[in-house]
Design a protein around this ligand. Sequence first.
Ligand SMILES: Nc1nc2c(c(=O)[nH]1)N[C@H]1C(S)=C(S)[C@@H](COP(=O)(O)O)O[C@H]1N2
Ligand SMILES: [Mo]
Length: 425
Amino acid sequence: MEKFIPVAGNGLLDRRAFLRGGAALAAAMTGYSAKAETLVEQPWGKEPGSLVPPYGGPSAYEKAVVRTLSNPKGEPRTQHARTPHHLLRGTATPNGLHFTISHGGNAEIDPAQHRLAIHGLVKRPLVFTADALARYPMVSRFTFVECGGNSAPMFSPEPIQANVQALHGLASCAEWTGVPLSTLLEESGVDPKAKWVIAEGADSPHLSRSVPLTKILDDAMVALYQNGERVMPGQGYPMRLLLPGWEGNMNVKWLRRLQLTESPAMTYYEARTYAPILPSGKAYRFYFIQEVKSFITRPSVGMEMKGPGFYEISGIAYSGNGRIANVMVSADGGQTWAQAALQEPVMSKSFTRFRIPWQWNGGPAVLQSRARDDQGNVQPTRAEIIAVRGQASRVPPVTVFPSQHYNGITSWSVDATGGVRHVYA
Ligand SMILES: Nc1nc2c(c(=O)[nH]1)N[C@H]1C(S)=C(S)[C@@H](COP(=O)(O)O)O[C@H]1N2
Ligand SMILES: [Mo]
């Protein structure tokens, strides 16, 4: 076992140890000997299988792999459905598990009746049907969408005992295909006075947000497809605004209007929800980017570690600024760090899977991950972000509750029984 010399405290191994260790490491992990087990003939090997459905779904044995719903009865308020990150192992979120936030339910849009208008400070106002849009040249890209309120429980003064789905489930990643907005604005022409684009949804709240024209011309698209199929109803069928790396709320679903203007509209979401008061007394508003972030998905809260030995620590990292440059992992609460392996391809503004082998000695450990992006941004510690943005507190009559854009470190503690808990370290 000499080749498994730890590279950081508490048993973190070199990220290439699995490759180098090969069969010896695999055997050490599982405890299985190399000799093959007898293959038993099972019922499914003796008779024809079931009917192949026209549209496939997961195995009946995977019923537990579902989103959690904040408002399962659909009462007239916001509905959240959270991605089960602890049960997924790749980087593309399956469409049925993509997180959803719908403030007025999912609009059920007949695509034949839907229109998208581009108007305001343009030379030629335009109206598109979904069919008309689908004739334009398209682009595809992987990108994550993350709600600005994802990870809000991390602002709580005490660590909330919840799993990674509850803490960080309002972020997902998909391959989106659609028409670049630069193409459509080339057709409409842009009045030089235009600086902002007000995007509005066709759902009953008509959610609207002001987007700087520079972002619209940079990498924004009207997305029509999600992981190859038409955008799901919860993601904005038949079309949504996609702003790679920017606050989820601005990615207007069921998109029906883009109005070019000189100034922002100061809509409900940008003037109220996304303008929290900072400890300095100033409003924190018109911040758009979902900053560099990572969290460990395995092991994580809710999992039982079955005794000392080898484990693979794995998680996801992403940055609204660009590519993930590296992810460091600690098993001793941030005292020492080792570099995790990044799964290729590492794409800009997209989920990146990281992994590192760990030899757990059965003692207490605190697992953390810290990502850095290719623009030089480093994920802050929780203490660093709380110092700037404040902590949730409820001191009557004042309620200060920062709940937006937490991108600090998450810490999981492992105790001697193998239980995993959420801690602040
Ligand atoms: N029209 C409309 N667009 C919307 C919303 C909405 O309720 N209506 N929710 C917003 C919020 S708060 C977020 S975080 C993202 C979530 O995108 P998703 O549901 O596709 O994951 O959509 C945004 N776009
Ligand atoms: Mo959101």
